[in-house]
Design a protein around this ligand. Structure first.
Ligand code: PHE
Length: 368
């Protein structure tokens, strides 16, 4: 047995002396107490119990001690580290609680706060639908509504659009389910007219405003979802003169006294004869035609603006709806509401009407 090796006596390894260890512990506890937040505490932890801390280095010394001294020194350092770890845990809990409490205060919402004075606006499409309804209700019409998911028969067949008509192809129509499902997203509001004729006896005077769907890409002038308003009249002795007079009244109600419409021959399967409806330019009233002095941006100096379609209800449609074409006749017309708003307000991009940006609607305020 060798004599005690003085240089390995634990008392002489100063970093392991009870005083030294007490000093390390005191330093660590003070550093933890001073850490004002979790980041600072992390730094204090690395400094005082990290790999290069005085305590870690002292711990490493234990391994080099003679077996007799190891147990004692090991116990001391174990206690010291235990104390420090406990203090760290306690301080971590305190600082986490403080952080959570601060977060709650920071993120709290005061539900009693007075609303800011700025408000959104009604969407101009809503407003224009109501204006159109007002014009026609004053003439004795009713507003009729129908579903946006519609039977193919009502959207096409009943309107004399044969199964091989181009409007039936996938290019225009959103089918609900597969192409044979018989159910589509309505491509126009005309099926509402069919529904009106199927459920009421003439005389019928209705307008059908609503959302319609076509497989178009959204760009400055197209949208897969847009709005139409259609009118339908079925009565005894209705002629094209009634149609024209009604359109002129509609035009001047919406665009200004004296603004009239013009009909250009056209084709729709559900009307015969059919026509395109042009609106007299409500800005230049035709003064810009062939007049380089008076260029008009609204009608591109054409004097007229394409507005919609119209015609006398095709007798085949009346028959499909159980109405005797010998006794009754009628007219129908339809316009796109986005288009109407675009030229009425100089809106150049369709997307502005779709995106729902409050800065756009607010520009229209409560009325249009
Ligand atoms: N339904 C037609 C369309 O969407 C518009 C229209 C309605 C044409 C009524 C004539 C009569 O294209």
């Amino acid at each position: 047995m060798s004599a005690p090796n003085k240089s390995f006596d634990p008392v002489e390894v100063t970093t392991l002396s009870p005083e030294a260890l007490a000093g390390f512990v005191a330093d660590a506890l003070q550093a933890f107490a001073h850490a004002a937040n979790l980041d600072e505490l992390k730094e204090a932890r690395l400094a005082h119990i990290g790999d290069r801390s005085a305590l870690a280095l002292a711990n490493r010394e234990v391994g080099a001690l003679p077996p007799a001294a190891k147990a004692d020194a090991g116990k001391r350092i174990g206690q010291a580290r235990g104390q420090v770890n406990q203090a760290l845990e306690a301080r971590t809990a305190e600082l986490e609680a403080a952080r959570d409490a601060a977060l709650l205060v920071e993120e709290s919402v005061d539900v009693t706060t007075v609303m800011p004075a700025t408000r959104g606006g009604r969407h101009p499409l809503t407003t224009i639908q109501e204006q159109v309804a007002d014009v026609f209700i004053a003439l004795g019409y009713r507003v009729a509504e129908g579903p946006e998911i519609e039977a193919e028969w009502l959207n096409f067949d009943a309107l004399n659009i044969a199964p091989n008509h181009p409007a039936r192809t996938m290019q225009d129509t959103f089918f609900v389910g597969n192409e044979d499902s018989g159910v589509v997203l309505r491509t126009h509001t005309s099926p509402v007219q069919i529904r009106s004729m199927l459920t009421q006896q003439p005389p019928i005077y209705v307008i059908c405003p609503g959302r319609v769907f076509r497989t178009d890409e959204l760009d400055a002038t197209h949208s897969p979802v847009f709005h139409q308003v259609e009118a339908l009249v079925i009565d005894k002795g209705i002629t094209m003169a009634d149609l024209k007079g009604t359109l002129d009244h509609f035009a001047s109600s919406m665009f200004g006294e004296g603004i009239v419409t013009r009909l250009r021959p056209s084709y729709f399967p559900f009307t015969e004869p059919s026509a395109e409806v042009d609106l007299q330019c409500f800005v230049c009233r035709g003064a810009s035609i062939d007049n380089p002095e008076a260029v008009c941006r609204t009608c591109r100096s054409e004097g007229w603006i394409e507005w919609g379609g119209c015609g006398m209800v095709n007798p085949k449609v009346l028959v499909a709806c159980g109405i005797d074409p010998e006794e009754f006749s009628g007219f129908a017309f339809g316009m796109g509401l986005e288009r109407t708003l675009m030229f009425r307000h100089g809106i150049t991009d369709m997307r502005d009407m779709v995106e729902g940006d409050v800065r756009f609607t607010r520009a229209f305020g409560l009325g249009v």
